[in-house]
Design a protein around this ligand. Structure first.
Ligand code: GLA
Length: 367
């Protein structure tokens, strides 16, 4: 273990779901989680591929029980975690939970250092399908060894559980986490602000060689529909996360989201780029001022090409077929994956006009 990369089939494509943190912080309870799971079904998100309902920091009681086992906060989760997990499973969804590798969670609640096997066993008893393990209060500890212990603990618990490693990219986890967990954070916490989205995106450009089925880079959960992000910003954020083969963990209030936000999160051809079974993460071909061009190879022989405009002016962008790795003089069929419409055949180069703050995603097929 720890050598090579996982290929256990638990995350053949990047995990999709919802996590409580980005919108609700530690203000979470049973009703919120059940209502969110129900909204995931009624909104069509489950059918679009979203599966995991993940409770982040703030769920535990301030002390462990007298055996040393984890206890859910009885005020927030009066029916307990097993009942909640059963309800989520009844809806055809999967249940995810959070802990921290150190002495306390980032919110100062009980965490798992020294309790890894016990906590993994308890999670398995609760029917947990996904666990996010955070990295607060870990002074002097080595992430590689401690996450390896978590991988062993989950294996010993004898329930298939996705391991989400959250050490914020500090110790270059892409170089070692692929043999331990199914996804690993590559950067600090995302914020619902355009500058945060763009900063994180720029940090992902070199990480594509490290991702693949069952082991994914995680540029952090989605802020689509949160804070001051406009719909254009949310759309561009979502498109670029799909080019990155990022886990798609919605972080908004699914119960009250607008129809526009719902349409972003469920855009079928954008989601299918994210979920492409080849599992090859996109890479940046060029950055030129406000314009980026990214490319991602797809299983059916097409290429997804994203033209990302981070600036506030529309721009015309030209991409030659050579830049896409095709022989000169090739004609290409072009489809707009947001519009779900063929644009036509372009001869030797693609010319598009991007609007301000946008990510156009094209499906390109050699003719
Ligand atoms: C860290 C993580 C976040 C979230 C919070 C919870 O900051 O990176 O994603 O889990 O802790 O306290």
């Amino acid at each position: 273990m720890g050598i090579g990369r996982l290929s256990d089939g638990l995350a053949p494509t990047p995990p999709m779901g919802w996590n409580s943190w980005n919108r609700f912080g530690a203000k979470i309870d049973e009703n919120l989680v059940v209502e969110t799971a129900e909204a995931m079904v009624s909104s069509g998100m489950r059918d679009a591929g979203y599966r995991y309902v993940v409770i982040d920091d703030g769920w535990m009681a301030p002390e462990r029980d007298r055996n040393g086992d984890f206890l859910a906060d009885p005020g927030k989760f009066p029916k307990g975690m097993k009942a909640l997990s059963d309800r989520i499973h009844e809806l055809g969804l999967r249940f995810g939970i959070y802990t921290d590798a150190g002495t306390k969670t980032c919110q100062g609640l009980p965490a798992s250092l020294g309790y890894e096997f016990r906590d993994a066993r308890r999670f398995a008893e609760w029917g947990v399908d996904y666990v996010k393990v955070d990295w607060c209060h870990t002074e002097g500890l080595g992430p590689r060894a401690l996450y390896a212990k978590w991988a062993l603990a989950l294996r010993a618990a004898r329930r298939p559980i996705v391991l989400s490693i959250c050490e914020w990219g500090r110790a270059r986890p892409w170089e070692w986490a692929g043999g331990l967990g199914h996804l690993w954070r590559t950067s600090w916490d995302i914020q619902p602000e355009w500058s945060s989205i763009v900063t994180i995106l720029d940090r992902q450009a070199e990480l594509h060689p490290f991702a693949g089925p069952d082991h994914w880079n995680d540029p952090d959960m989605l802020e689509v529909g949160n804070g001051d992000l406009t719909d254009d910003q949310s759309r561009a954020h979502f498109a670029m996360w799909s080019m990155l083969a990022a886990p798609l963990m919605a972080g908004n209030d699914l119960r009250t989201m607008t129809d526009d936000v719902r349409k972003i999160l469920t855009a079928p051809e954008i989601v299918s780029v994210d979920q492409d079974r080849l599992g090859r993460q996109g890479r940046r071909l060029r950055r030129d001022g406000d314009i980026d061009v990214w490319i991602r190879d797809l299983a059916d022989g097409r290429r997804a090409v994203a033209v990302f405009n981070r600036g506030s002016e529309p721009q015309e962008v030209r991409i030659s077929v050579e830049e896409l790795g095709l022989a000169s003089r090739t004609d290409v069929g072009v489809r707009d994956l947001w519009q779900q419409a063929d644009v036509g055949v372009m001869r030797r180069e693609i010319v598009i006009t991007t609007s301000a703050v946008s990510a156009t995603v094209l499906g390109i097929l050699k003719q």
